[in-house]
Write a protein that binds this ligand. Structure first.
Ligand code: FES
Length: 157
């Protein structure tokens, strides 16, 4: 990662925007990254504007890296005022555009944000893997607190 990108990410996460749960959200999307195991949840609230349904506000929580936090912060700002269709037209590269091009090893971090957005808006599946269908926990932290349905025992010979 080059110094300029690193600094932009640091500047963005120093004061992340729209961080946290949103009460009375109209839509919620949660995805996990098959690449790194991180998770991100995005909440969206709509409003009517000139007879159109547009995104009023969005917020996020994540167990993700600094890049994912920065992209999510930017994405929640970039999609404000857009219709769901306009927001769905934005891929990870568009959502992370203010940071500049991401290195290949960080592209999936932006795709995590794209995935949560797509899931919330009911769009086509994102390039990141969605978590297995399970009842949605009230918070992202609760998602990790759910005991596994089965336990596996590994016996070393
Ligand atoms: Fe997991 Fe960035 S390394 S989201």
């Amino acid at each position: 990662m080059n110094d300029e990108l690193h600094q932009k990410i640091q500047d963005t996460i120093a004061q992340p925007k729209n961080l946290g749960e949103m009460e009375n959200a109209d839509a919620v999307g949660t995805v996990g990254s098959a690449d790194c195991g991180d998770m991100l949840r995005m909440w969206i609230k709509f409003r009517e504007e000139d007879g159109r349904k547009v995104i009023d506000k969005a917020s996020f929580q994540t167990f993700g890296c600094e890049t994912a936090i920065a992209v999510a912060s930017l994405a929640t700002q970039l999609i404000q005022g857009k219709t769901p269709e306009e927001a769905l037209a934005m891929d990870g590269a568009a959502l992370s555009a203010p940071l500049g091009p991401l290195p290949p090893m960080k592209i999936h971090c932006a795709q995590l944000v794209e995935g949560a957005l797509r899931q919330a808006l009911g769009g086509a599946p994102a390039p990141v893997a969605a978590p297995k269908a399970a009842p949605m926990a009230p918070t992202l932290m609760d998602s990790f607190g759910t005991p596994a349905a089965t336990k596996k025992t590994i016996i070393l010979k």
